[in-house]
Design a protein around this ligand. Structure first.
Ligand SMILES: [Zn+2]
Length: 242
């Protein structure tokens, strides 16, 4: 049995499902779960995206799909209330992991990040987890230059705003911004620095309404989307929340 997080399932044949799951030790894997839709005993409720499970699987020679035999729930996102916002936030975590991770590429730090953020994603608290997770994923994938100074000239922002663009990584100063660049406010820059320094639980004692650090969230999502070369559907759903 290995520790894993369920990311996504696709129905195939009658009751079989292909399951994408992120294991702590082996990274992301895809497996065939035979009769998953019927077998409560082996999979009961455990294949919901972002369920933390103990998975039992067998690798088969020369086959891309492993055989997923059973999953035992360690923590289910459905054990707490799910409203539209929390569902959208959970979908964001799952989609970012699914799109970002390569198969068979262990990412222990990402695994730990996912579990802690998952734990903090509650019905009245989604904007901090989404922003924190997005920002950290950009960094853990190696796509985040230093955030305290201009990528072009190296000058620290020193309390002023920074700017970011869809086409390149990192932040620039007012002098080196392109006309289409968006601003990242000094408050959001401070929030970013804290997110890299403090555990999410320490930040979660504060209020994080939707408009707090919204520019930082956009910066993180834009960084992910640029490297993935695609739009994240879940990010669009989050943006659409009024
Ligand atoms: Zn500069």
């Amino acid at each position: 049995m290995v520790e894993a997080i369920i990311l996504r399932t696709w129905p195939v044949h009658e009751a079989d499902q292909i399951v994408s799951f992120f294991t702590r030790d082996q990274g992301k894997l895809k497996g065939m779960a035979k009769s998953a839709a019927k077998s409560r005993r082996r999979f009961g409720g455990a294949l919901e995206p972002m369920t933390h499970v103990l998975a039992s699987y067998v690798e088969k020679p020369r086959q891309e799909l492993v055989r997923l035999d059973a999953c035992e729930i360690l923590a289910s996102p459905l054990s707490e209330p799910v409203d539209y916002g929390r569902a959208a936030a959970l979908a964001f975590l799952a989609e970012v992991l699914e799109e970002t991770l390569q198969d068979h590429d262990p990412q222990e730090a990402v695994f730990r990040l996912a579990l802690t953020v998952l734990h903090e994603t509650r019905t009245e608290q989604i904007w901090l987890p989404v922003t924190y997770f997005g920002l950290w994923m950009v960094r853990l994938m190696g796509w985040m230059p230093e955030i305290g100074r201009c990528t072009d000239c190296g000058r620290p922002f020193a309390g002023g705003p920074a700017y970011f663009e869809a086409e390149r990584d990192g932040l620039v100063c007012a002098e080196h911004r392109h006309p289409a660049a968006r601003a990242l406010s000094p408050d959001s820059l401070k929030a970013a620095a804290r997110m890299f320094r403090e555990p999410i639980a320490a930040l979660a004692v504060e209020e994080w309404p939707r408009n707090r650090a919204a520019d930082l969230r956009r910066f993180a999502v834009q960084g992910l989307e640029r490297h993935l070369e695609k739009r994240l559907r879940s990010a669009q759903a989050l943006r659409g929340m009024g």
